[in-house]
Design a protein around this ligand. Sequence first.
Ligand code: AMP
Length: 372
Amino acid sequence: MVVGVVGGGQLGRMLGLAGIPLGHSFVFLDPDPACPASAVGPVVQGAYDDPAALLRLAERVDVATFEFENVPAAAVEALAARVPTAPGARSLAVSQDRIAEKEFFRACGIRVQPCEAVNSEAELAAACGRVGTPAVLKTRRFGYDGKGQAVVRSPLDLPDAWRAVGGAPCIYEAFVDFECEVSAGGVRARDGDRRGGTGGRNEHRGGILRRAVVPAPGVDAAIAAEAQRAAGAVAEALGHVGVLAVEFFVTADGLVANEMAPRVHNSAHWSIDGAVTSQFANHVRAVCDEPLGSTDLLGPSAMVNLVGSMPDRAALLAVPGARLHDYAKAPRPGRKIGHVNVCAPDERVRDAQLRVLEDLVERAAGAGARPR
Ligand code: AMP
């Protein structure tokens, strides 16, 4: 099949890299003809919401999908009217808006932190009075990797926080005192078949995911199973087709859902090397209406993100068991330019490999961005 992907970033690139061995080919829609996915398929150049560009994409493909959730509903409808498209508009609409997302979690019986919608500075003060501090002010839409967020430690921080988010419609949410962060996800087919992935423990810095480790170390099996059940309930309630990931905080009182991604997700990039079928291959299978693959773990695994600067490549490649995934993006502070996976025979070996990799990543961060 020819698969159309709206977006040609690293997620599109990895969807293509997973789908080509299955005999599929890929066409991407992206404003940048030299986007990361251009290495694996032709690029229709255009904005994601340009009706003419979407039409040009639709004419060339059998099915379509998205590599990010901030796609206008009209664009989804335009594509879906011409080719089978997954995920559906509902999955995208719910996850585009942090308030809708939290309400959806609640409706699925999943706990979320106290939060309120905020549309003005006066509403912000009122929300702060009810929800309290510390808290995080986040734009309702278009936030990613910690962008569009401000921490509110005391009411004195409110004017700065409001300025930091540019006065956009926001969510004011209580800061969660978490023990750790985990994600759970899986893939759902058009016929409702679902395979849960192995949940990982995630570590963020500056709002950006730095590493994911599976199975989640130090996380009770019952908590991991509950996260998996909750992610399954969300996918089912949305009638979602494709991969969907939910991020949770683990607290002393149990799980609190933070957000979801109706697409392949950074916290499961380890699955390329650590699972029988990667999240990317399974997403392609679901979109193409083909049977899903086993999500079983091949061994204890981990992923380290390469953010802002590329470590010494030779040193990275020399780490036993390390598998480099370089997105061929120019380094820039805060930008994800690749990741490294390990999949080890046991947790001790995995953790030793992880330490070496993180040391290299730290050194690169200290040295600043290196020319590629
Ligand atoms: P998000 O964009 O919502 O995924 O936030 C990025 C990261 O910031 C999360 O993974 C957490 O590490 C941190 N964070 C966001 N919201 C909160 C919160 N309400 N309480 C504590 N930490 C948060």
